[in-house]
Write a protein that binds this ligand. Sequence first.
Ligand SMILES: C[S@@+](CC[C@H](N)C(=O)[O-])C[C@H]1O[C@@H](n2cnc3c(N)ncnc32)[C@H](O)[C@@H]1O
Length: 257
Amino acid sequence: MPHSYQELVISFLENANHPKRNGILQGRNVMAGYARASALQCNAIHPFIANDPLYIESRALIQHRPLLTESRLINLFLILKYGLKGLEGDIIEFGAYRGGSAIFLANVARGLGLSTTVYALDTFEGMPTSDPTLNFHHATDFANVSFQELLEYKEKCGLTNLVLIKGRFEETARPLLEKSQNIVLAHIDCDLYEGTRYAIKTTLPHFHPGGGYLVFDDALQSTCLGALQAVEEMIQQHHLRAEQSFPHLVYRYPKVC
Ligand SMILES: C[S@@+](CC[C@H](N)C(=O)[O-])C[C@H]1O[C@@H](n2cnc3c(N)ncnc32)[C@H](O)[C@@H]1O
C-alpha cells in the first residue's frame, strides 16, 4: 500500500498501462495525465523525483544547458519511466539548441535499459527565417551554440544512443524517419509555426502503433503563438485530445482504445 501522496502517484503511473487497467480511451490516458500534471503543478512530486538516482545523474549532466523548466524535465522523466511501458522505439527531438533536453532524454533512456535512439535535430546555428507576421523569434535567435562543443560533450558522456543531426528539419527529418517506424516520443521545441507544423506532419506517419507521445514544449509559451497554431491545426485535422496541459502540451498518436 502506498504511504504518501508521491507513492500513490507513482503506484498509479506504474499501473496506468497495465493491460487489465488500460486507461487509454479515445487515444489518451486521462488519469495518467492528471496524475503527472497535478502532482507537478502542486510541486508534490519534485522532492520524490529529485531523489531518484537516474534523475539526479541525468540532471547533473545537463546543468544549465536546457531551456526547459524543472517540471518539464520531470514530466519527460515520468513519461519515459512509467508511460512507455511496452512501447519500444525511438525518440525524436525537433529543436535541440545546446542539447539540454536531448542529453537528458538519452541518459534517462539508457539508464532505464531502453534500446532507444534519441535523434536531436537543429540547425545548431540559430533559428531559420520564418513568417514575421506570425512568429516572435528572429533568424539569429539561439545562434549562441557550438555544434563541435556539443559533439565533444556527447562523446564525453558516452551517449552512443544520441544522434545529433545538423540542418533544417525540412532537409534532415524525412530521410531519417524513413528508417524508423516506431517513434515513441516526439519532443517538439522549435518555437515557430513552420518547424512545428513540419515536425507534426513528417513524424505522425512514423509513430509506434501502440500510441506514442507528442510533447510540445513551447506551444503554451507567450512567445510561441505560431507553434500553438500548428498544434491547433493538428487537433482539427486528427481530432486529437490532450493528455496533459501542464507543464507542457502532451498528446498520444495514433489513437488506440
Ligand atoms: C527553444 S530552442 C530548443 C531548446 C532545447 N530543446 C533545450 O533543451 O534547451 C529552439 C531551437 O529550434 C531550432 N529550430 C527552429 N526551427 C528549426 C528548423 N526549421 N530546423 C532546424 N532547427 C530549428 C533553433 O535553431 C533553436 O535552437
